[in-house]
Design a protein around this ligand. Sequence first.
Ligand SMILES: *Cc1c(COP(=O)(O)O)cnc(C)c1O
Length: 385
Amino acid sequence: MIYYGKQSISEGDIQNVIDVLRSAFITQGPMIERFEGKVADYCGAKYAVAVTNATSALHIACLAANLGDGDCLWTSPVTFVASANCGRYCGANVDFVDINPKTYNMDALALEKKLRESKKDGRLPKVVIPVHLAGQACDMKKIRKLSEEEGFSVIEDASHALGADYLNKKVGSCEFSDMTVFSFHPVKIITTGEGGMILTNNAETYEKLKMLRSHGITRNSSDMTKDSDGPWYYQQVELGFNYRMTDIQAALGYSQMDRLDEFIRRRRYLAKRYGELLKGLPLKTPYVPNYANPSWHIYVIRIDFDKVKKTKKQIFEEMREKGIALNLHYIPVHTQPYYEKLGHKPGDCPESIRYYEEALTLPLYYDLTDEEQNYVAEALRDVLS
Ligand SMILES: *Cc1c(COP(=O)(O)O)cnc(C)c1O
């Protein structure tokens, strides 16, 4: 069976993990900072904080942006539920900004319009989370301009976008945001098993994130509210969590970072090749705006199912019989029962519903061979004809 995504682990990756297992520290050791430094350098950001996964990264990023009870967080409906749930963890209300029909990312014009309307009722968001779907950057310059005008924080959900470029800079540079979050789940661009990271250029945010990652505890006397009792002393100054990554995971991530450019090169090659292999079929391949050079975490096509006279379910099943497991990223979050109960209606984001009706994810990962890709394209041609 060919799946939509999977990790690539080399012998070098394995050796790096073994080295940590034989060392004195398997957690809270030196690998965490080395991994953080490597990702921050690669992306061109000042600071990085490694955590257990991107979900916990989004959670403490929201807390570091002072999101709290009764505040508003806005995100895209076409994302994994975690991009919205992080707001709920903080007691905030979550709302959704519809997608652009071409890029499938949060539409900057829809955001602008929604801001104008919300301003009238004094319901401006405190945090906006643009999601770089498929590893294609959002229109960050425009979003940043709006954030400066209206005073909200921008947290990029770049779970798909490690290694992607925006205006010839790496996503994660935080040039147009307050923080950027990455995921290292096995299907993502690089993996640590489970894992995530937050990047920022703000020293205060960085200190806050580190504290929230580890119980709200500090050993830094300048952050303490009363005098230290001695060298053993630490203070809990706020309510934090245990969201720490282990050194075992960081060793894998550190080693995978050496392979990142190679991963991206291959993904870009495969994406370009899909464009050629799928020519002439009744489907839409991805549109890429000038400012973006995606990392291609996923490859999404859109099919007009009325035209091909088959349902999406039929196509899924026929492809599965041929040994290909398609996927769908994503079910619009505002249509999930949990969010419907909070008052969201499908019609709130009509473009995301149209997307959901037509979108399919084809297999794309580093170890997918040219032959396997040919087979996927041929199978799709069969099924659609
Ligand atoms: C995978 C993913 C997450 C969550 O990542 P975890 O590391 O599994 O917590 C969040 N947002 C998006 C867009 C994702 O794809």
